[in-house]
Each structure stands twice: as structure tokens, then as C-alpha cells.
Design a protein. Sequence first.
Length: 339
Amino acid sequence: MENKKILNAHKKKEEDVVVDLALRPTAWQDYVGQDKTKKNLKVILDASKKRGESSDHLLFYGQAGLGKTTLAYLVAKEMNANLKVTSGPALEKTGDLAAILTNLEKGDILFIDEAHRLNRMIEEVLYPALESRKLHLIVGKGPGARTLSIDLPPFTLVAATTRANLLSGPLRSRFGATFKLDYYEPVDIEAIVRRSAKLLNLKIDDKAIVVIAAASRFTPRTANRLLRRVRDYAEVNNLKVVDEAAAKNTLEMLEVDNLGLEPTDRQLLSIIIEKFHGGPVGIQTLAAALSDDQGIIEDVYEPYLMKIGLLNRTPAGRMATPEAYQHLGIKIPGDGGLV
Ligand SMILES: Nc1ncnc2c1ncn2[C@@H]1O[C@H](COP(=O)(O)OP(=O)(O)OP(=O)(O)O)[C@@H](O)[C@H]1O
Ligand SMILES: [Mg+2]
């Protein structure tokens, strides 16, 4: 389905990498929202700075685009530390991790993105490294094999994941602190759009900002992406200032509605409503009907639809709420028929 490939404003695309880099806050005061996380994190970092030690290992989890990577960079900056970056899928063999660990210097921060994709063997190497700063290597093969134990310098692991439930229990328990990033408040998203517009040298009025923020799924990356599309629209149409109409027209072109739903989101809801009479419908059946991956439905589409009250997860399956019917302009069966 072509639309799905082009749109999906909440999925990461290559162009995002560039945009993310340009708009990524590099100072705490530019990191909008997530106040509880920022406050608690600061306490941990300040305390370890005072002691002159590396901080406890930190885990950040939450939906894509909410600012986990940004936060990891800010932690490194705050600690005045080098950040070494890798990711779950990049670490294939235990040797890959061993090479990184043995190259760490005192106080370094090791950032592992997509930590839920670490394989079991790598995790086993990671446990003693996190707990007692030891790297256990097996040298040789067969009966002559022996374990070599190498001391590692003090370091901090910062791990990020969109799926904390997929991390193994032992790994999860080795973090000194875990922070869940939540969807942003609308005012925070508006502040992010305003800041990004400034960085992009784009003149935009308040009403346009509200329209973009409302369609941003409470997610900074989505907000920045929509803003870029609005900027394109303004450029093509020679607009000096982006106004409400320009923002709305852009969203319409992108088939993103006023709540930030994309064709796939609407399709998901209309399948539940039209094929399954509003539900409940099991997730596997739904994935098959939508020809999409169950994990993506669960991790990307559903959290937002639930957050805005269009979908319910019940033990019997997924259900569309009356608000979903209303949003799609579908009459609720039996509603208003009898007076
Ligand atoms: N608190 C924030 N304030 C301002 N901008 C933010 C904030 N959080 C994120 N952003 C913007 O959103 C972009 C995406 O954030 P980031 O890459 O940190 O998300 P992520 O949680 O690591 O996503 P993923 O799970 O896809 O890796 C950043 O480049 C930045 O421009
Ligand atoms: Mg990231």
C-alpha cells in the first residue's frame, strides 16, 4: 500500500535523521517537558558528579520519537563524558561488545539504543560488566578453554528501548534507574514547534502552531516532521508567514487528520467497526485484516489511539469506542434509531 510507505508520520525515516540532528536540543533548557524525568535524572547525575563517580546505569523507555536518544546525549553532556554509541542489532557477536567494553575509558557513557534487540549471548556478557565491571572472556575451545576476566573502568550504560517489556528481567534489574518517557502535553509540543520554526527560520502564527501540535500525536519527532512539510508548502506557495489555512492544507495533503490520524490508523478503526461490529476483535485477527505487523499495531498505532480514547484493549480483544465512530463519521448501530 503506497500511502502507508509515504506517510506514517510516526515512523522513523532517513530524512528524519537529518531533521532530528538539526533540531535536537543540546541543552537542558531546550529539552521541553518530561519534567519529572528531568528532575529525577538531575538528582542522580548531580549526586554522582559530587562523588566524582560514574552514575548508575540508566534505562530510558517509551514510544519512538519522544526524546530518548536526545536525553542520552544530554546525560553525557551533563557528566562531561564521552558518549560511545551502539545498538542492540549492531552487536551481533560477543566479540563486538567485548571490543567496545575494552575500549571504554573511565567515566565514559555507553549508549545502547534498541536494547530490546540485544541477543541473549550479548546480554550474558553485559551482566557482569554492569554489575562488577568485569568482562569474562572464554579463551580457547573444548576442555582447554578457560575464562579470562578483565577489569573494566567505571562507566555508565545508558540504554533506550521502545519495548521495555521485551528486555530480559536480569538485564532490567541491573539499571539503577528507569525512566519512562510519556507523550507530551499539547503546550509542550507547541513550544517545540515554536522553537523548531525559529531554528528553521520559518515565520508561523500561533493558530498554525496549534493545528500542527494537535496533529503531532504528542510526539516531538512527529511535530518536527509535520512542521517541515508545512515549510515546504509555504515555500512552494510563496507564503511569508505560515497561517492556520496553510497548516490545515498541508495536513490535508498528507492525509493526516486533525487528531493526527493517518490512513492506517483510520483503516484500523474502520476494520474494527465495519468488519467486526466495533469489536472485540483479537489482535492477531486484526493484524491479518490490516496486513500489518502485530508488534507495530501494538507499539505504534494502538498506544496513541488509546491515549485519545478511540480504542480500548479488553481481555476479549480490541474495541472501537463511540468516539471512534464519531471521528470516522460512522453511525453507532442502534444509536438514535428509536425515539
Ligand atoms: N523534550 C524535547 N524537546 C524538544 N525537542 C525534542 C524533545 N524530545 C525530542 N525532541 C525532538 O524529537 C526528535 C526525536 O527525538 P529522539 O531521537 O531523541 O527520540 P527517540 O525517543 O530516541 O526515538 P526512537 O525511539 O525512534 O529512537 C529530536 O531530534 C528532537 O528534535
Ligand atoms: Mg532514539
